[in-house]
Design a protein around this ligand. Structure first.
Ligand SMILES: Cc1cc2nc3c(=O)[nH]c(=O)nc-3n(C[C@H](O)[C@H](O)[C@H](O)COP(=O)(O)OP(=O)(O)OC[C@H]3O[C@@H](n4cnc5c(N)ncnc54)[C@H](O)[C@@H]3O)c2cc1C
Ligand SMILES: NC(=O)c1ccc[n+]([C@@H]2O[C@H](COP(=O)([O-])OP(=O)(O)OC[C@H]3O[C@@H](n4cnc5c(N)ncnc54)[C@H](OP(=O)(O)O)[C@@H]3O)[C@@H](O)[C@H]2O)c1
Length: 509
């Protein structure tokens, strides 16, 4: 913090959706003297930047966690400094594949002040263009520092003192001179908007590490999948049964040798009693054998597989977090959660550190509430102060206990139980209204239309459950056909279900 204990300068790490809305919310306050958004990629867009040529040899190590796979870079001793370019894999590319469309309806996904160009489920270039132009739309593109990676974040004053301040170590690649330029900078506050779908996760399975050595390239992760053409006539096994596994299996059916094998640990909301035509379901893999055989939990097996694609998700990585200096880790890999957080946004022990984008919930729209709450709080204009340490710790403890009891991940927030509205409501109350004279952004409402879209529009139908599904039809009892407002979408790509689902409605996010 500045000498008077106020936050005047803010660094935002990442220019994806979370960084974009954070920058907009902070700029709207017209209070902060310096806001800077640091982005390691060549443009804003985060997840939605399509990399047509992914690395062919992405380091994959069964059971390995990001601190091992994606360690911090050694910082030169005396800064500023110019070094030869970094050659360590930083997992900067995104997992977007050629056919990917969004899975959250366009009425509910974007920020409240700017719609997507069309809907309901749009190709990946739409959110990419949207995030990039969102910076320009708010005239905050000048806040962006591109090709700039934050390599170290260190607190340089005692926590909770009136003088909290952060030292950032930055690295910018200069493609003309073919060098990396390193320097330091200091800010009163830092918002982490670095995303969490960069470092792929592959579970440990008996024989898998040796199998990978014996058959190089046979084991892949959905992070590097781009098109089904590479797999023409190949025998393919997909591991996992969430959004990536669903999309990839549908994509691959057009080219691979049938059947396509899909190994499921649990049923997804799209699964009916039997697999789609062309797919054979298998249980979890039990063992990889050196003769190439892959054995499943029920002792069944497949031989002669050309490619196994792990669609087992990602783990958050914070290689820039200086745990030694800052006194603790930021992510608990055992509990799979942020450490010492309140409302998934604030930290118990660092008043001037915030995070936007972690919960697996409404994405862009929910990031807006987090960003506004942080901006209002650090400009001293919040309506409601954060509660004391005891309440914040109690919130975290209670959530951990509840998660254990219900088998739920700490940062997954449900829609159907009212949990999403409860969480957004708390952020909404902290933020309060913007000023009458225009400074500050007011958190939006989750209006009837947004709630309707979440509850009624699906990218994929749920077989046997969506009995009353209609394609571009009128929902029973509706006086106005809402899909009139969804013009432009591909009718074959989505369904209007007009009913409540059993599994949580946002469980696909
Ligand atoms: C395959 C896939 C499909 C998805 N589909 C949907 C969907 O249909 N609908 C939906 O709502 N959500 C979807 N998501 C979730 C998606 O990630 C969120 O919608 C959203 O884009 C996340 O935004 P973010 O800003 O939090 O993170 P990101 O988009 O990951 O942005 C983080 C940014 O931080 C930068 N960064 C990281 N570390 C540093 C550093 N040290 N220094 C500088 N910059 C750094 C990264 O380069 C990146 O640009 C999908 C995710 C994946 C992986
Ligand atoms: N727009 C789109 O259509 C689209 C497409 C792809 C991805 N995405 C988004 O991208 C994000 C990541 O999705 P994702 O599908 O890649 O990952 P994910 O949702 O985290 O799913 C991981 C899958 O791997 C399985 N898994 C994890 N560990 C396993 C283990 N040890 N053994 C066997 N199976 C295991 C999980 O099974 P359990 O369910 O049993 O845990 C789950 O099916 C999500 O936000 C998703 O919405 C969106």
């Amino acid at each position: 913090m500045a000498e008077d204990g106020c936050v005047r300068s803010v660094a935002i790490i990442g220019a994806g959706a979370a960084g974009a809305i954070t920058a907009a919310a902070f700029a709207a306050e017209e209070y902060f003297e310096r806001i800077q958004v640091f982005e390691r990629r060549e443009s804003a867009g985060g997840t939605w930047i399509y990399d047509s040529s992914p690395p062919s040899k992405l380091p994959l190590k069964p059971g390995s966690l990001p601190p091992e796979l994606d360690p911090s870079l050694p910082v030169p001793n005396n800064l500023p400094e110019i070094t030869s370019p970094n050659e360590q894999e930083r997992f900067t590319q995104t997992p977007i594949y050629s056919s990917l469309t969004t899975n959250v309806p366009a009425i509910a996904m974007p920020f409240s002040d700017l719609p997507f160009a069309y809907g309901p489920f749009v190709p990946h270039h739409i959110p990419k263009q949207y995030i990039e132009s969102y910076f320009a739309y708010h005239k905050i593109d000048s806040l962006l520092s591109l090709n700039t990676t934050i390599e170290d974040v260190s607190l340089i004053s005692p926590p909770n003192s009136a003088k909290e301040k952060w030292k950032l170590t930055l690295r910018k690649h200069d493609p003309v001179r073919q060098v990396d330029v390193w320097w330091e900078d200091a800010f009163d506050a830092v918002v982490l908007a670095n995303g969490h779908y960069s470092v792929p996760f592959i579970p440990e399975v008996t024989g898998l590490a040796a199998y990978m050595k014996l058959f190089p390239g046979r084991i892949q992760h959905s992070k590097t999948y781009r098109t089904p053409l590479l797999y023409t006539n190949k025998k393919v096994l997909i591991i996992g049964n969430s959004a990536s596994a669903k999309d990839l299996s549908m994509d691959l059916l057009s080219t691979v040798a049938h059947p396509l094998y899909l190994s499921r640990r649990s049923a997804s909301r799209w699964d009916g009693p039997s697999p789609p035509r062309g797919i054979i379901w298998k249980p979890v893999v039990k063992e990889y054998r050196m003769d190439g055989r892959i054995v499943f939990d029920d002792e069944s097996y497949v031989d002669g597989v050309d490619t196994v694609i792990y669609c087992t998700g990602y783990l958050p990585s914070f290689p820039f977090w200086d745990a030694k200096n800052n006194g603790r880790e930021i992510w608990d890999y055992k509990k799979n959660k942020l450490a010492k957080t309140y409302l998934h946004t604030f930290f118990h022990d660092f008043k001037t550190l915030g995070i936007v984008g972690m919960p697996r919930v409404l994405t862009f729209r929910s990031f807006e509430y987090q960003a506004i709450a942080l901006a209002r709080l650090w400009s001293g204009r919040q309506t409601k102060a954060l509660p004391g340490l005891e309440v914040q710790e109690g919130w975290e403890e209670e959530r951990e206990i509840l998660g254990k009891r219900q088998g739920k991940k700490f940062h997954d927030i449900e829609w159907g139980t009212g949990e999403t509205l409860g969480w957004l409501g708390e952020l909404y109350e902290i933020a309060g209204l913007g000023k009458l004279t225009g400074e500050g952004r007011t958190p939006p409402v989750i209006g009837e239309e947004v709630r309707w879209a979440i509850e009624n529009l699906r990218k994929y139908p749920e077989p046997g459950k969506d009995k009353d599904e209609k394609r571009k039809g009128k929902v029973e009892g509706e006086s106005v056909s809402r899909e009139d407002r969804l013009e432009g979408g591909d009718a074959e790509q989505w369904v209007l279900v007009g009913r409540r689902a059993e599994k949580d409605l946002l469980s696909f996010i």
